[in-house]
Design a binder for this molecule. Sequence first.
Ligand code: APR
Length: 173
Amino acid sequence: MNEKIRIIEGDITRQEVDAIVNAANTSLLGGGGVDGAIHRAAGPELLQETRQIGGCPTGEARVTKGYRLPARWVIHTVGPVWSGGGRNEEALLANCYRNSLQAAVDIGAKTIAFPSISTGAYRYPLEKAAEVAMIETKRFLKQGADIKEVIFVCFGKKVFNAYQEAFQRIFGG
Ligand code: APR
């Protein structure tokens, strides 16, 4: 299963995969960070489609087309805002990964790229978030899902190192 996981440093908007995951907010109307980058790269039709969806609760995922992105689909998920760890943040972040992977399976996407959900504006501690990402991805893949590759696209060295370490810990890579 380890061969299905890849950790890279880069820009998720340039990934040539079936689906990229967006770290959105509950309105799905765009924002800064990776959300802003994805909307800029996809073009205005993306916002037209997300506007039709009418929002997404924290921890859930919604699918749109990728428009001008190399990726065919964008899976929008809403991570929890970190408020100390006592507000069910870990379970909600785990839901983001599980629901995004399930959405990929449902649309037949075989390769999926994740950003480091919630670790920017939402202030989720990076090492904790990376561990949740790996544990949940491993649990999902163990169920035999028809996924060829899961790529974690890290924006900068610090994020890359945290995801690399979490991968070693959880997958024994
Ligand atoms: N490619 C990959 N990762 C990126 C990119 C990019 N082009 N741009 C930013 N990132 C990284 C950030 O460096 C961070 O590691 O994505 C991670 C998530 O950070 P945010 O984008 O701030 O997302 P999040 O912490 O989940 O906060 C979501 O921010 O942009 C708004 O609308 C969004 O309200 C929502 C909130």
